[in-house]
Design a protein around this ligand. Structure first.
Ligand code: FAD
Length: 256
């Protein structure tokens, strides 16, 4: 609803309302474009739901839902969207299992309806998942990024975005060998995208594309080389990301 009133929010925090809205949009809108999901797309969906079931820092009702989707996908070599949707919306039988309907963008609100929202939610979701996988000591350092890569490749509605992301992933995802470097890889690739998009028509004038985090948000993350050029202090950026996207700092304002 473009007439929705603006929700005041803290620009330097992550909101669960954005993460749940992203899941709603991904599972009920983006996937709905596929009548039958099989082959490579089914593999992508399984990997995506599996990392969500393992690492999404959600409310118990949402975690129960992700777990039931995950079990539903264990059998069969294809699934119709209709069958997937039945599991997704099957709350009558299990009232403690649900993904809230609809979107409530908070940290991902845009100053116009065509700005921010779902793509902002997708970045936020995967930053959170890389951080959660690190905290959970996941066994495969590329598990979350590989799930993101294949989800974006198979389903992300912005096809030009998907092509750009696939190029970055094919160039350097193989070099990610630790859970910490997965967190940093996504941060640095997101900054490359920000750099490419700064000043573009898709940029919300109230949310400029910057090399993130700004010096105001994390002074210690920025330093200067001997020749005067900017340099990131990765040893400072890493703990900043671990804290910024940590499940313990996610705000629950505006949830249903
Ligand atoms: P976003 O870039 O969506 O970022 C969301 C939030 O994440 C920011 O508000 C900030 O809090 C935080 N953040 C910003 N930078 C970083 C960082 N480096 N590390 C961690 N957190 C950060 N749009 C195009 O026009 N062309 C493309 O090719 C394109 N490719 C995309 C590829 C992917 C995989 C995705 C998910 C989106 C892509 N988009 C692309 C959309 C674009 O990147 C933005 O998501 C969209 O323009 C909305 O921007 P935003 O201002 O909400 O900030």
């Amino acid at each position: 609803n473009p007439q929705e009133p603006w929700k005041p929010f803290n620009r330097s925090r992550v909101y669960m309302a954005d993460l749940e809205s992203t899941l709603h949009y991904s599972l009920r809108v983006e996937l709905a474009a596929h009548t039958v999901i099989k082959g490579e797309a089914l593999t992508s969906l399984k990997k995506y739901i599996s990392v969500l079931a393992k690492y999404f820092p959600g409310r118990p009702v949402v975690m129960n839902l992700l777990e039931s989707l995950n079990s539903r996908l264990q059998t069969g070599d294809e699934i119709s969207y209709k069958a997937f949707r039945e599991t997704l919306d099957n709350t009558a039988q299990s009232p403690d299992t649900a993904l809230p309907e609809g979107v409530r963008w908070v940290g991902c609100q845009g100053s116009q309806p065509h700005f921010r929202r779902y793509p902002c939610g997708v970045w936020t979701l995967f930053h959170v998942l890389t951080v959660q996988a690190k905290n959970a000591r996941g066994t495969d350092p590329r598990e979350v990024l590989s799930a993101m890569r294949s989800y974006v490749h198979s389903f992300f509605g912005c096809r030009a975005c998907a092509e750009h992301f696939e190029i970055m992933a094919s160039e350097s995802l193989a070099e990610v060998n630790t859970l910490s470097s997965a967190v940093l890889w996504l941060w640095s690739r997101h900054n490359r995208v920000n750099n490419r998009l700064a000043g573009a028509l898709s940029e919300d004038p109230n949310f400029r594309k910057i090399q993130w985090p700004s010096p105001e948000m994390c002074p210690a993350c920025h330093s200067v080389k001997e020749n005067g050029e900017h340099r990131w202090s990765q040893e400072q950026v890493f703990p900043f990301l671990m804290s910024y996207f940590s499940s313990s700092t996610i705000l629950t304002d505006y949830l249903e």
